[in-house]
Design a protein around this ligand. Structure first.
Ligand SMILES: *[C@@H]1O[C@H](CO)[C@@H](O)[C@H](O)[C@H]1NC(C)=O
Ligand SMILES: *[C@@H]1O[C@H](CO)[C@@H](O)[C@H](O)[C@H]1NC(C)=O
Ligand SMILES: *[C@@H]1O[C@H](CO)[C@@H](O)[C@H](O)[C@H]1NC(C)=O
Ligand SMILES: *[C@@H]1O[C@H](CO)[C@@H](O)[C@H](O)[C@H]1NC(C)=O
Ligand SMILES: *[C@@H]1O[C@H](CO)[C@@H](O)[C@H](O)[C@H]1NC(C)=O
Ligand SMILES: *[C@@H]1O[C@H](CO)[C@@H](O)[C@H](O)[C@H]1NC(C)=O
Ligand SMILES: *[C@@H]1O[C@H](CO)[C@@H](O)[C@H](O)[C@H]1NC(C)=O
Length: 751
């Protein structure tokens, strides 16, 4: 007979036997298999933790780094707590072997990057907490191994931007928390590949406009939190299209106006929270027949005749509405919902400005309360400082000196169209919260060393359309968080190499319309994290190679390049978009794009005078390519394109195609392609003006006409089917690579 005590004893013995002894500094609960080693100043994971341990609490130590396979001897762990461990780095494979782990807490550490393989081996993980770190970017693929993850918490980090496919692989994730970051840009596909997502928290970020395209990707989204973002306007064109959405929070934004159709493509919406915005009213909202709750409290509602349509709509549609009238004074403090229709009238005359008489509600500028607040805050004489939006503007005031005395919480400072010529050292004192600084069109010839010092939080710097021809190496010191730098429309003849070195986080650099002749990519070695580099419209005839960069976009269009700078592309393994249009290329040589063939998605070769494309010119490019621009050239023929199986756009218009037998492969390919390409025959005369695809008469007599094309047929049909299925939007096709697409004639082989 088994007795329970005997069983327990035996288990304990087995447990003891298998396991090491409890480390001296830890507390081991061997029955529940919990081990706690909290706040012991441990610098590494103790070695003798019992092997059977399921929950391990290491909070409050000083681990700093988690080395590879740090927990290999603890394969039964289900819960691991590493909060407050001063972690700076999680090495590749750090958690390898933890195939049973369901909960991992890495909150309150100092992580700034997560490398791609850092979370390998955590296939059972359901909750990952990364809040309160210093993450600045998400590398696509970082979460790709976490197929069971239900909750990903990235709140309270320093994210500014989300790249396409940032969350690729999170097939089960239901809640993604991105609250309290500094997000201002979401790439269109940033939220693609999250089929299970139900709740998305984006509150307390820096979104100035609704990233409608990105937000419409997670189609099953039910709850969306967007409060506390500096949004000022929402209209239909913002494009929020979420069929399943029920709860939308847009509280504490800076909304001054909402268009009637703003939520027309969210038909299931039940609850809309607009509290604490600057709305004077709201038009009756279209297409939200299921709306039950509308929170307008904390808005300066104007309850006169202009509010009637709103009042009637909420009464008719039985929408429970919260919100108090601010004006007119006879109704101040009354709840809009409690009024009768006849209360909402406009006085004929004698009354001061009755805005309602002009018809629909209009956006209201800063209301009374902010004006009172303004009195208590400083603002230079020529300028307007809005305490609500924390924007200050002195645009086009003929200023010759940079004013001082802006509110110390200013986030955006607009000084464009003045006449400063030189920016002296320390020109922006007391603006430690500034995020965006506009100095376009100011006749600036010189930035003195330290001109911008103290702008610790600056993310955007606009110096477009000035007279800068160079930058002192210390000119950009003191703005370590800068991500976007605009130097377009100046007089640079070379890259300001030394001054870029102090911008470790630079993400995007604009140098269009300068006078660069020779582009030395080596000059970007100080900004290796640069993702987007724009040098369109210079006079560049040579591009010199450089070290490996993370560039994703390179715009070299409208320059003087006579060949594709293939050697320089060697250092750009992540390049996705290459703009070469408007260069006098004339011909493309074999293997011109080989160094970037595995990453390139968008290639612009329009208007390059191309007469000839060598058969191997596109070698290596294959299913990865999504768009190819070849319009406005002098092409009479094209090499085989069959390896481009995932194209979403190809433009062949305005080329003088010669529709003879040599073009038969193109004709065939186009027939199987479900895209509008604009290819037209110029020669011979009998088919001039006909579409290449339709000009069968030109190809009928060719050898091989009418033979089956073997395996290409089903593949093209398959592609067609995919196109139809994904009509209107880009599907995450690269996520779930359709089997077979990779072996169409083989990548890297153009027949
Ligand atoms: C950890 O280190 C701190 C500072 O050196 C010290 O005050 C504290 O007593 C240490 N704690 C333990 C448990 O050793
Ligand atoms: C609207 O927001 C206010 C807070 O501003 C809150 O007290 C109230 O309960 C909310 N109303 C609804 C219907 O949720
Ligand atoms: C701005 O200055 C005031 C005093 O002048 C201070 O109380 C306040 O905390 C400062 N605000 C910020 C955001 O630095
Ligand atoms: C700007 O100032 C310079 C001298 O400081 C003057 O020559 C120039 O005409 C001014 N430009 C404008 C647009 O006022
Ligand atoms: C462009 O560069 C060429 C030399 O490569 C030079 O002759 C020409 O003057 C330059 N044009 C401009 C507008 O700077
Ligand atoms: C190339 O095509 C793109 C996309 O249509 C267009 O924006 C660009 O202006 C074109 N460039 C030239 C030089 O024609
Ligand atoms: C193709 O290029 C032509 C210009 O030659 C342009 O009018 C047309 O809109 C482009 N088509 C697509 C699909 O981009």
């Amino acid at each position: 007979m088994w007795n329970p005590l005997g069983l327990t004893l035996m288990l304990v013995l087995v447990w003891r036997g298998l396991a090491g002894r409890c480390p001296r500094i830890c507390v081991c609960d061997n029955i529940r298999r919990h081990v706690s080693c909290r706040r012991q100043n441990l610098t590494e994971v103790p070695v003798s933790i019992p092997q059977m341990t399921q929950r391990l609490d290491l909070q409050g130590n000083v681990l700093k780094v988690i080395p590879p396979e740090a927990f290999l001897s603890l394969p039964y762990l289900t819960h691991l707590d590493l909060r407050h461990c001063q972690l700076e780095r999680v090495e590749e494979g750090a958690f390898r072997g933890l195939g049973r782990l369901v909960y991992l807490n890495l909150a309150s550490n100092h992580l700034s990057v997560l490398y791609q393989e850092a979370l390998d081996g955590l296939g059972s993980l359901r909750q990952l907490v990364l809040e309160r770190n210093q993450l600045e970017e998400i590398r696509p693929g970082a979460f790709s191994q976490l197929g069971s993850l239900g909750l990903l918490n990235l709140a309270h980090n320093s994210l500014v931007y989300l790249p396409d496919m940032a969350f690729q692989g999170l097939l089960q994730t239901r809640w993604l928390r991105l609250s309290h970051n500094a997000l201002n840009v979401l790439a269109p596909e940033a939220l693609a590949g999250l089929p299970g997502l139900r709740r998305l928290s984006l509150d307390h970020n820096e979104l100035q406009a609704l990233p409608g395209e990105a937000l419409s990707r997670p189609e099953g989204l039910v709850q969306l939190e967007l409060g506390h973002n500096p949004l000022t306007y929402l209209g239909e064109e913002d494009g929020l299209a979420l069929w399943a959405l029920r709860d939308l929070a847009l509280d504490h934004a800076a909304l001054q106006d909402v268009g009637a159709g703003a939520f027309a493509r969210c038909p299931r919406l039940r609850s809309l929270d607009l509290q604490s915005n600057q709305l004077g009213g709201l038009p009756p909202l279209e297409g939200v027949g299921q709306l039950r709750k509308l929170n307008l409290s904390g808005n300066p509602l104007l309850c006169d005749c202009a509010a009637r349509p709103l009042w009637e709509w909420v009464a008719r549609a039985r929408v429970q509405t919260d919100g108090l009238c601010l004006e007119p004074s006879r109704l101040k403090g009354e709840a809009l919902e409690s009024l009768r229709a006849k209360d909402l009238y406009c006085q004929r005359q004698g009354d001061k400005k009755e805005e309602g008489e002009k018809g629909a509600l209009r956006p209201r500028g800063p209301t009374r309360a902010p004006e009172e607040a303004r009195a208590t805050k400083p603002c230079p004489a020529a300028c307007v400082c809005s305490p609500d939006s924390q924007h200050s503007s002195c645009e086009n005031k003929g200023l010759r000196l940079i004013p001082s005395g802006f509110p110390n919480d200013t986030q955006l400072l607009d000084l464009r169209r003045n006449n400063f010529s030189s920016i002296p050292q320390g020109s922006f004192p007391g603006l430690a919260h500034l995020v965006s600084l506009h100095l376009q069109n100011c006749g600036i010839t010189n930035l003195e060393p330290g001109a911008l010092s103290g702008l610790d939080q600056l993310v955007y710097l606009y110096l477009s359309h000035n007279q800068l021809s160079g930058l002192n190496s210390a000119a950009l010191q003191g703005i370590p968080r800068l991500r976007y730098l605009y130097l377009d429309g100046n007089r640079f003849t070379r890259l300001p190499k030394a001054s870029l070195k102090v911008l470790p986080r630079l993400f995007s650099l604009h140098l269009e319309h300068n006078a660069l002749q020779h582009l030395a990519l080596g000059d970007l070695s100080g900004v290796k994290g640069l993702h987007c580099f724009y040098v369109s419209g210079n006079n560049i005839s040579r591009v010199g190679p450089g070290p490996a960069l993370e560039l994703e976009k390179l715009h070299l269009d409208r320059n003087q390049l006579q060949t594709v700078p293939t050697a320089a592309l060697e250092g750009l393994p992540a390049l996705r978009e290459l703009q070469l249009s408007g260069n006098p290329l004339r011909a493309l040589e074999d293997r011109a794009f080989l160094p970037v063939a595995s990453s390139l998605q968008h290639l612009y070769l329009n208007g390059t005078g191309l007469q000839q494309i060598s058969p191997g010119a596109f070698a290596g490019l294959g299913p990865g390519l999504r768009s190819l621009y070849l319009e406005k050239n002098r092409l009479q023929t094209l090499p085989a394109m069959a390896s481009f199986t995932q194209l979403e756009l190809i433009n062949l218009s305005e080329n003088p195609f010669r529709c003879d037998c040599r073009l038969l492969p193109l004709h065939r390919w186009l027939v199987g392609l479900n895209l509008r390409v604009g290819a037209t025959c110029e020669f011979p005369a009998n088919v001039q003006g006909q579409k290449v695809k339709a000009a069968t008469v030109a190809f009928k007599a060719c050898p091989g006409w009418g033979t089956k094309k073997g395996k290409q047929v089903p593949l093209l049909a398959q592609q067609k089917a995919r196109k139809v299925q994904g009509r209107g939007k880009r599907k995450p096709s690269r996520l779930a690579k359709v089997g077979g697409s990779g072996d169409l004639g083989g990548r890297g082989h153009v027949d």
